[in-house]
Design a protein around this ligand. Structure first.
Ligand SMILES: NC(=O)c1ccc[n+]([C@@H]2O[C@H](COP(=O)([O-])OP(=O)(O)OC[C@H]3O[C@@H](n4cnc5c(N)ncnc54)[C@H](O)[C@@H]3O)[C@@H](O)[C@H]2O)c1
Ligand SMILES: O=C[C@H](O)CS(=O)(=O)O
Length: 488
């Protein structure tokens, strides 16, 4: 398949995508590079009127999109996947420019987002129903799965490509159409994805991207009766608000919310593997990741060895502009993120914790922050009770399995958890006891398109990825065929 590659400037959007048209808007807002403070681009400041138009376009496009043979939707999704992969470098540079993560991580995110498109290009062809044996001879019970309809999607800034791909892919595969609002900090990755979907031949109105004021756009998305489902990835507080706003029109809702992941190192763990796992889980994306380790529990017998090795590994992180290939930790997203990290560190130190590495804003200034390790953290400290969303590894001690399970589960969040042990019996006991949607065992990296990604408790509900991921975009319809005994 010959692929005409778009240039960086052709993919760097200044307009929104509604009903197959690129809309300029009247007012605009700047997209800022968090590493340099420079303006990357400007995008339209749209509101309820344009959102209503996008929803109407999605509703209209849905009639023909859901009527397409599943194999045709599959082919279009596959074409889109091929184009995303072919444009990895340009997409990664746009992502790093607007979000700050190191280019190597951005390339990884593009591949990760594309993997959902590839996965659901295949799942599109496997939306099966059932024929259920009826207890009466004159009846047949049939179950169909049908697309929910118009989907509203709201995504965060920390994985601006993958979090949107993780929603668009199953929605389109199921026969749904989408109106999406990316985070105002990082709209460019979403608009670039839409441009490639257009190039792939995905019909007008199937994907619509609206940028602008979150409250206004979200208000239209959650109240418009044509929207049958809202899928949200972001903070728990906003998630709760959106659930309430969707109640009046009884929309289907999926919530991928905040985390507070416990990361547990038992005495019998491979310490070097545990350190690698902690680095992978805690410092990926400068700790701005929903599933990153937020509380690191180390059993008494290995606490000193683990703390020393982790501090040494953290000291090797290279902080700087993500466009520099030598950089392994970029800036935080904004001043608010820096202030939250600083407040967690200050609170911990004030309550008796001590620094093993870092602890202050980086000498580079701006939104750069030193990768930090805190020792002597206790459950009473803010850093153990709230999601830090930054490059700080808080170390807590624990005595035994029962003690650490109780500590780990003492959180309203329930997204991810991790533990390291060589004891296979303990693997089953602890994995079953942890109150989270996902558990990493002897690894700090658990995300994949092939698994049901999602949380429990106040980390949300619904699953993204795997064959489970289609269910969020399908309605189950049962119909009953009667009077079949009669030869009329
Ligand atoms: N569970 C997951 O898969 C997952 C993935 C990424 C991020 N997150 C969570 O997201 C949070 C960080 O991301 P964030 O700062 O972008 O979260 P956020 O909740 O502030 O913003 C997320 C999205 O919601 C929008 N938004 C904000 N207020 C809104 C409103 N009133 N109405 C409609 N939309 C509104 C934002 O514009 C953005 O697009 C963290 O808590 C992180 O754990 C969770
Ligand atoms: O931050 C949230 C993302 O879901 C993290 S991951 O890339 O899916 O692990």
């Amino acid at each position: 398949m010959s692929t005409t590659l778009l240039t960086h400037d052709e993919l760097l959007a200044t307009r929104c995508y509604i009903d197959g048209q690129w809309i300029a808007g009247i007012q605009h807002f700047d997209v800022i590079n968090p590493a340099t403070g420079a303006v990357v681009s400007s995008v339209p400041l749209l509101g309820a009127t344009e959102t209503r138009l996008a929803i109407a376009a999605a509703h209209k496009a849905g009639v023909s999109w859901k009527a397409l043979p599943a194999k045709e939707r599959s082919r279009l999704l596959r074409r889109w996947f091929d184009l995303v992969v072919a444009h990895t470098e340009v997409l990664a540079k746009i992502l790093t420019a607007e979000m700050g993560k190191p280019l190597a991580e951005a390339r990884g995110e593009i591949a990760y987002g594309a993997s959902y498109i590839e996965w659901f290009a295949e799942e599109a062809k496997r939306v099966y129903g059932d024929v259920i044996p009826a207890p009466q001879t004159d009846k047949r019970f049939v179950v169909l799965k049908q697309p929910v309809g118009v989907v509203a999607a709201i995504t965060p800034w920390n994985f601006p490509n993958a979090m949107l791909a993780r929603k668009l892919a199953p929605a389109l595969a199921a026969g749904c159409t989408v109106v999406a609002k990316p985070a105002e900090q990082t709209p460019l990755s979403a608009l670039a994805l839409a441009r490639l979907a257009e190039l792939a031949g995905i019909p007008r109105g199937v994907i619509n991207i609206v940028t602008g004021d979150p409250k206004t756009i979200g208000g239209e998305m959650t109240s418009n009766p044509l929207v049958r489902k809202l899928t949200f990835t972001g903070s728990t507080g906003i998630g709760k608000l959106l659930i309430k706003q969707c109640a009046d029109t009884v929309k289907r809702v999926s919530m991928e919310l905040g985390g507070n992941a416990p990361f547990i190192v038992f005495d019998d763990a491979n310490i070097d593997a545990a350190v690698r796992g902690a680095m992978d889980s805690k410092f990926r994306n400068a700790g701005q990741t929903c599933v990153c380790a937020n509380r690191i529990y180390v059993q008494d017998g290995v606490y000193e060895a683990f703390a020393e090795k982790l501090a040494a590994a953290v000291a090797r992180l290279q902080v700087g502009n993500g466009m520099d290939p030598a950089v392994t930790q970029g800036p935080l997203i904004d001043a608010k993120a820096v202030a939250k990290v600083q407040s967690h560190i200050s609170d911990a130190l004030a309550q008796g914790a001590t620094l093993a590495a870092g602890g202050a804003p980086h000498a580079l200034g701006g939104f750069f922050f030193e990768p930090t390790v805190l020792r002597g953290v206790t459950p009473a400290m803010l850093i153990a009770r709230e999601e830090t969303f930054g490059p700080v590894a808080p170390l807590l001690r624990f005595r035994d399995e029962a003690d650490v399970i109780a500590q780990a589960n003492a959180s309203e969040a329930g997204l991810a958890a991790y533990f390291f042990t060589a004891d296979t019996a303990r693997v089953w006991r602890v994995a079953e006891a942890l109150e989270t949607g996902m558990v990493g065992i002897n690894t700090g990296l658990i995300s994949s398109e092939a698994v049901p990604f999602g949380g429990i408790k106040q980390s949300g509900y619904g699953r993204e990825g795997s064959h489970y991921g289609m269910d969020d975009y399908l309605d189950v319809k049962y119909f009953c065929l009667g009077d079949l005994d009669q030869d009329h």
